[in-house]
Design a protein around this ligand. Structure first.
Ligand SMILES: Cc1ncc(COP(=O)(O)O)c(C=O)c1O
Length: 397
């Protein structure tokens, strides 16, 4: 037991001097990155599909075993482009328990996101809920592989085939993960990856659309570059979704450390699992370790009935110790604007989303965190639960 004399929320000193973050960037070989940056300056080719972007796209395609990889400036723009290139319109079914970008990328282009409920065991889109929401205006489904755990791909594909709908996956969390032994990136009509700084693999900002469909890939390439088919030849409405050379260089550097990042996450996950298994009322989501997995999220579920402490009070307790845990995807997209105003009764049809959003807490992990920090975090959790009444009283006062 590591000594914590008094919890900070009850008047003690914080356990950590420096804050522990969720999603602190992993950074590969700095010298290699500096060398690449110098090459970019020597080339005087900063963006517009330069040699670093080309190489990064090739390496990503090879790693994922997918025919086409189009790197994009971030995953939100990648979702917008993929949605448009797929011809989605009218209504598209999405989970509400996701990052707001999944819904906004539709609404931004006048398409209505229709929120389906999740399976509480997986936190992913429930295909039964999806089926019930299909109307004549539905043109597609966007599944999200939340926390990197693949959603029910086969069931969603069957619905899409039967109802002639497009199927896109928001795979922002699932880079490096597999479904039935096959890399995420090969499913649906296309998949979108995020390489944002908070993801375990980053290009500062960045993302990619991956697909095995030649025509779709060609449309996406045009749309990400203003619709230019040649020097003075614009054939579509397009946008600027290009990835810069410096981001691609960061991606190439970080690809070399991908195994190291994943191993650190995996070690941390097992350490958290070992500790949290001994704390009644708390559980960690499970990863299917027979598949490849990036273990990038440490997702705690807090059962207030068993712990006597609410998720939010536990969060305040951790924050007081400088453990900056986060309530991910709370309160759900349907409770944020503009969707809250559009669908004031949505919560009635999203009971599982509401319950999961109220009990999830994401804990810090990544290459900057080690065993000792995890032991201290878990001791804070233990002591917090032992002092549940005093903490609730202090917060109420
Ligand atoms: C599920 C999900 N979709 C989309 C995005 C948007 O990614 P980006 O920040 O690269 O635009 C994120 C997160 O950051 C996400 O978590």
């Amino acid at each position: 037991m590591l000594p914590i004399k008094q919890l900070a929320i009850l008047g003690g000193s914080p356990a950590f001097r420096e804050p522990l973050h969720v999603g602190r960037p992993n950074i590969g070989d700095r010298q290699q990155f500096m060398d690449y940056a110098n090459q970019i300056f020597d080339n005087r080719w900063l963006t517009n599909h330069g040699p670093f972007v080309k190489q990064f796209e090739q390496e990503l395609s090879g790693l994922l075993g997918v025919k086409h990889c189009i790197t994009i400036c971030n995953a939100t723009v990648a979702l917008e482009i993929a949605i448009r290139a797929l011809g989605m319109q009218g209504e598209v079914i999405v989970p509400s328990f996701t990052f707001i970008a999944t819904a906004h990328s539709l609404q931004w282009q006048g398409i209505t996101p229709i929120f389906a409920d999740i399976d509480p065991r997986t936190h992913n889109l429930d295909p039964r809920s999806v089926e019930k929401l299909i109307t004549p205006r539905t043109t597609g489904i966007i599944g999200v592989h939340l926390w990197g755990r693949p959603c029910e791909i086969d069931a969603l594909q069957q619905i899409a085939n039967a109802r002639n709908l497009k199927l896109l996956f928001d795979s922002a969390h699932a880079f490096g993960c597999t479904y039935q032994g096959k890399m995420i990136g090969n499913f649906g009509d296309a998949e979108v990856l995020s390489f944002h700084a908070t993801k375990f693999f980053n290009t500062f900002e960045g993302g990619a659309i991956v697909t095995n469909d030649d025509d779709l890939a060609a449309r996406i390439r045009l749309m990400q570059n203003f619709g230019f088919a040649g020097y003075d030849d614009v054939v579509y409405v397009g946008t600027n979704g290009k990835m810069s050379e410096i981001s691609a260089a960061m991606g190439l550097v970080n690809l070399k450390s991908l195994d190291e990042f994943t191993d650190a996450n995996c070690r941390n996950y097992h350490k958290y699992q070992q500790e949290i298994n001994t704390i009644p009322g708390l559980s960690l989501i499970q990863y299917d370790e027979s598949e490849s997995c990036n273990f990038q999220y440490i997702v705690l579920e807090v059962d207030q009935q068993d712990t006597g402490l609410s998720r939010d009070h536990l969060l305040e307790t951790l924050q007081a110790e400088n453990v900056l845990a986060r309530r991910y995807f709370w309160p759900g997209c349907h409770r944020m604007e503009p969707y809250r105003s559009y669908f004031p009764n949505a919560s009635l049809s999203l009971p599982e989303t509401e319950k999961v959003a109220a009990r999830v807490l994401v804990l810090p992990t990544g290459t900057t965190l080690g065993e000792r920090e995890i032991e201290i975090v878990c001791n804070i959790l233990r002591i917090a639960l032992d002092n549940a009444d005093a903490i609730s009283q202090r917060i109420r006062d």
